[in-house]
Ligand binder design. Structure first.
Ligand SMILES: [Zn+2]
Length: 165
């Protein structure tokens, strides 16, 4: 029997989809995609690379900080955290955030310079034990989109530097 650690760590694994549906609705991702489509359309229509860049930058910031998504850090019990968050860089709580920060640093091949030891150590209460490395691991989609958004941000910055001279 796994001791109950409170609501945050409730032992029954809620499937992410079901958990998400139970909560009040957020705006659909379609709203955002419509916005980006409008940017792309306007940039094409006006033949404006500046507008295109601005749209790209908005998309990158959206992926980093605004996209409605789930925390997905693996909980001690071994299933992904289904708390809703905004932005692929963010997690639901400070302990999950540190695991996620570490994963993002690893994504670019570095160690998190701010991390000291396991940010969310396992109290000796049982549950499936995963290393922080496994727990913070990003999904394929998150990884791909964070990298794409990083590349997009770089492209925007470089184009701005060269374009506005
Ligand atoms: Zn979480």
């Amino acid at each position: 029997m796994v001791p109950n650690l409170g609501n945050e760590e409730s032992p029954e694994p809620p499937p992410a989809r079901k958990g998400a549906r139970r909560l009040p609705r957020r705006e659909s991702a379609l709203v955002w995609w419509a916005l980006f489509a409008a940017f792309a359309g306007a940039a094409l229509w006006l033949q404006s690379w500046r507008l295109a860049l601005f749209g790209l930058l908005t998309w990158c910031l959206y992926q980093f900080t605004l996209v409605p998504t789930l925390c997905r850090v693996l909980k001690r019990e071994g299933y992904p955290c289904a708390e809703r968050v905004r932005g692929r860089l963010f997690a639901c709580a400070p302990n999950h955030q540190q695991l996620k920060n570490d994963a993002v640093w690893r994504l670019v091949g570095l160690r998190d310079p701010f991390q000291k030891g396991d940010p969310d150590p396992d109290p000796e209460t049982g549950g499936v034990v995963h290393s922080p490395y496994v727990r913070g691991r990003l999904t394929q989609a998150d990884r791909a989109l964070i990298l794409l958004a990083a590349v997009g941000t770089l492209v925007t910055l470089v184009s701005m530097i060269y374009g506005f001279r």
